[in-house]
Each structure stands twice: as structure tokens, then as C-alpha cells.
Write a protein of this length. Structure first.
Length: 267
């Protein structure tokens, strides 16, 4: 089964959703994702983004990012991101948690899922070393506690690696919990401190095949046909390709070459 390729918002972090949609369409993507900033999102933003989506007949894989704060209390800004996803027809909303209590995080996820349910949108919990949910086992436990059909797990290859996971860890994960995955490459190791993990995540990723991570092995361990969101948050890419269309084209080209070499079919 072919994998859908999507341009992640994190690949073009300095651009607005309508600009990301334009870059995705011009670069040959059929799917993309957006970061929704509640302080900047309004009717003008929505209309501009919808226009760009329609121009290239794009599908929206995800919107991001909902941060559950310490204490687990949701606010209007969290619902605004959900509502933006519903308005744009997004398949998923990405969320992370700063709340260490699993039950409080699960309660918040259940509420997010209730808000997302009218649009059949999945609420995908991402684990990473700079949040309170640092590994896949804890994320799966929280999803189980949330007890909602819309609750899902997001695996980002670099965070999967940083958590110390291996391909074998994927074999017992229910495929229905994995609506998509984020793909990048990077350094094999990272210093074990917050600042190093943060810099690693936002500046030091690389295109698939250009780093040291076992990207192909991990992708072959994931469900066949899982959508692949190319999240190449890379200062080197931003510096080399300041134009969003050129960056999107370069990343799509490099990814397609890597996937072909790895025996991963895409559409």
C-alpha cells in the first residue's frame, strides 16, 4: 500500500498556513499540515488558507499544536485550534502535555476528543523528551486512560530514537492508534538535557537518508500505508532554502529518492 506524503508545518515554521499550503501545492504535495496560532488565527487567515487549499486541491493531514499545561486545565485557545482543524477538514490534531499526572492528561485528551469528534478528527498524542510524556509506553497508557475512539498516538522518528525505542517496540502497538507518523533524519545521539533535546528537535533534523537514524527500519516497522508527514525542522534547510517553495521541493525530492531506495512506495 502506498504511503501518503505530507508537508509538515514544522518544515516551514516561519510561514503562515496559507503560505504553507501554497508551498505544498507548488512543490507537488497533495497533503500538508498547519501550525495554528490562536492569537493570529481569524476569519482573514481562515479564508486565505481555504483559498490556497482549494487552489491546489490539498488535503490537510494535521493541525498543531495543543499543549496541555501543567494542571491539565484546557482553555479557549485549545478549542480554537480544534475548531480551526474542523474548519479546514484536518484529519488529525497534534497535542503534547506538560502535565505529569497521567489521569489529568487523559481527562484533557478526552475533552479534546469530544471537541474533535464532529469532524472525525483524531487527537494524536506525541511523546518527546521536552514534555511530561517522554516515551511511548507512557503515551499508550495515557491514551488507554483517555478511553476515547478519537485518541491516537503520534510517533516522530527523532523522538522515538531519543526515547531509546527500537523497531521491535512497534510490533505490539495497535495499528488503529497510529493515524500518521512524522519523518525526518538526524544525529544518532543527543546530550541528555532539555536544551540539547530542544535544539535537536527544532534546528538539527535533516532530510531522510542524510543523517544517522534508522529511518527505513522504523518505517518498515510501522503499519503499511501509514501517512508520512515530512517534518524537517532544520536550521541548515532554512538557511539554504529561505524560499518556502524551494525548501518544500528540495525536501520532497530528497524524501522520494530515499523512499524509493528503501522500498517504500508513496503517492
Amino acid at each position: 500500500m502506498d504511503h501518503i506524503l505530507s508537508l509538515a508545518a514544522g518544515t516551514l515554521p516561519e510561514f503562515q498556513p496559507d503560505q504553507i499550503a501554497d508551498a505544498a501545492g507548488q512543490a507537488g504535495f497533495n497533503h500538508c499540515g498547519f501550525t495554528i496560532d490562536p492569537d493570529q488565527w481569524d476569519a482573514t487567515s481562515l479564508n486565505a488558507t481555504r483559498t490556497a487549499i482549494a487552489r491546489y486541491d490539498l488535503s490537510i493531514l494535521d493541525v498543531e499544536v495543543i499543549w496541555i499545561p501543567e494542571g491539565g486545565k484546557l482553555a479557549e485557545q485549545h478549542k480554537m485550534i480544534i475548531d480551526a482543524g474542523l474548519e479546514l477538514g484536518a484529519a488529525n490534531v497534534l497535542m503534547v502535555s506538560a502535565e505529569p499526572d497521567k489521569d489529568r492528561t487523559a481527562e484533557a485528551i478526552h475533552q479534546l476528543c469530544d471537541w474533535a469528534a464532529p469532524g472525525n478528527m483524531r487527537v494524536a498524542l506525541e511523546f518527546l523528551m521536552i514534555t511530561a510524556v517522554r516515551n511511548m509506553a507512557d503515551a499508550l497508557d495515557i491514551i488507554d486512560r483517555a478511553d476515547h475512539a478519537a485518541a491516537a498516538l503520534l510517533i516522530d522518528i527523532i523522538h522515538f530514537q531519543r526515547a531509546g525505542h527500537h523497531v521491535e517496540d512497534l510490533k505490539d502497538v495497535d495499528p488503529n492508534l497510529l493515524p500518521y507518523t512524522q519523518v525526518c533524519d538526524g544525529h544518532l545521539a543527543c546530550d541528555n538535557n532539555f536544551e540539547a533535546y530542544l535544539t535537536d528537535a527544532v534546528d538539527l533534523r535533516s532530510m531522510p537518508g542524510e543523517g544517522e537514524l534508522p529511518v527505513s527500519d522504523i518505517l518498515h516497522g510501522l503499519p503499511d500505508g501509514i501517512p508520512l508527514s515530512l517534518e524537517i525542522r532544520s536550521k541548515a534547510c532554512r538557511d539554504q532554502y529561505p524560499d518556502p517553495v524551494e525548501r518544500a521541493r528540495a525536501i520532497r525530492s530528497a524524501a522520494l529518492a530515499f523512499f524509493e531506495q528503501s522500498g517504500i512506495s508513496t503517492t
